[in-house]
Design a binder for this molecule. Structure first.
Ligand SMILES: Nc1ncnc2c1ncn2[C@@H]1O[C@H](COP(=O)(O)OP(=O)(O)OP(=O)(O)O)[C@@H](O)[C@H]1O
Length: 249
C-alpha cells in the first residue's frame, strides 16, 4: 500500500531556516494495516503524513501509495486526512446532511442534491452520538466529539484506500475519545481502510492498531508489529518508552 524508500525531506532548503525533517527513512505499510505513529514533538510524524498526500516533496528517495508516485492531484481521491481540530474537518455553516453529501462528492461540484449513502448513516449511528437523528443540524452547533465523528464519516464517505489521522482525538474528552477510537477501529476492520494514526497518547498506542511506528529526530527507530512480535500491552508500552528514551537521551 505504501512504499517509502530512503526518503529525506528538508524544509526551506538553502535558506537560514533550513530544517531536516525526515532523514533517509524507509517504510512499508501493507493494505489493511492500522499503523500508530508515536514520537516526541518535532520527530517528523506530521511531515510523514504530508509526504503521503504530496504536501511536501522528498529531497531524495521515493514515495509511492498504491503503486503510484505521490502527486496531490492523484492521491486526492485515494487518501483522506483528519486533523486534531474538530472545526477543521467540517463545514460549519452546512448541516450534517449537507456536509456528508458534499464530502461524498469530494467538493468538486455543487451540492444540495443527492442522498446520504447507507454506509455513512450506519457509521454515524454506530457512534451513538445521535448525529443520524440530527441531520438538519448545522455543524457549528455540534460538540467537539460530534464534529470529529462527522469529520471521520466524511473522510471515509468517498471510500479512500488510506485514512491519515493526525492526533484526531487530542482535543476530545475521554468519553468522546473512546467513541472516536471505536469508530476508527470499525473503519479499519469493516471497510478495510488502511489507517495511519499519529498520537501522543501511549494508552491509545498500546490499545489500538496492528503496528506501532516509533519516530525520533526525523528517523524511524522501530516498527513493532503487534501480531508478529506477540507483545502484550504492558510490554509494548515499555518498548515504546525505552526506544524513545534511548534515542532522545
Ligand atoms: N513548514 C515548515 N517549515 C519549516 N520547518 C518545519 C515545517 N513544518 C515542520 N517543520 C520542522 O520539521 C520538524 C518536524 O516537524 P513535524 O511537524 O513533522 O513533527 P511532529 O513529530 O509532527 O511534531 P509534533 O508532535 O509537535 O506535531 C520540526 O523540527 C519542525 O519544526
Amino acid at each position: 500500500m505504501i512504499e517509502i524508500d530512503s526518503v529525506t525531506v528538508i524544509y526551506n532548503k538553502g535558506t537560514v531556516d533550513e530544517k531536516l525533517a525526515l532523514h533517509d527513512i524507509s517504510l512499508k505499510v501493507y493494505e489493511g494495516e492500522f499503523l500508530v505513529v508515536v514520537g516526541s514533538n518535532g520527530a517528523g510524524k506530521s511531515t510523514l503524513l504530508k509526504l503521503l498526500v504530496g504536501d511536501v516533496k522528498p529531497f531524495k528517495g521515493i514515495c509511492k501509495v498504491a503503486g503510484r508516485f505521490v502527486k496531490p492531484e492523484k492521491t486526492f481521491k485515494m487518501t483522506s486526512i483528519v486533523c486534531q481540530d474538530p472545526n477543521q474537518g467540517v463545514f460549519p455553516n452546512l448541516t450534517v446532511e449537507e456536509n456528508l453529501i458534499l464530502s461524498r462528492r469530494k467538493g468538486l461540484r455543487g451540492f444540495g442534491f443527492g442522498k446520504i449513502d447507507r454506509q455513512s448513516l450506519e457509521l454515524l449511528a454506530s457512534t451513538e452520538m445521535g448525529l443520524e437523528k440530527d441531520l438538519k443540524r448545522k455543524a457549528s452547533k455540534l460538540s467537539g466529539g460530534q464534529k470529529q465523528a462527522l469529520a471521520m464519516v466524511m473522510a471515509v464517505s468517498s471510500n479512500p484506500k488510506l485514512l491519515l489521522l493526525d492526533e484526531h482525538t487530542a482535543a476530545l474528552d475521554p468519553k468522546s475519545t473512546e467513541k472516536i477510537m471505536e469508530l476508527t477501529e470499525r473503519i479499519n476492520r469493516e471497510l478495510g481502510t488502511t489507517i495511519i494514526m499519529i498520537t501522543h497518547d501511549m494508552n491509545l498506542a498500546e490499545q489500538f492498531g496492528t503496528a506501532v511506528l516509533i519516530m525520533e529526530e526525523g528517523k524511524i527507530c522501530a516498527k513493532i508489529d503487534k501480531s508478529k512480535q506477540k507483545v502484550i500491552a504492558s510490554q509494548l508500552k515499555a518498548m515504546i518508552r525505552s526506544t524513545m528514551l534511548t534515542t532522545t537521551g
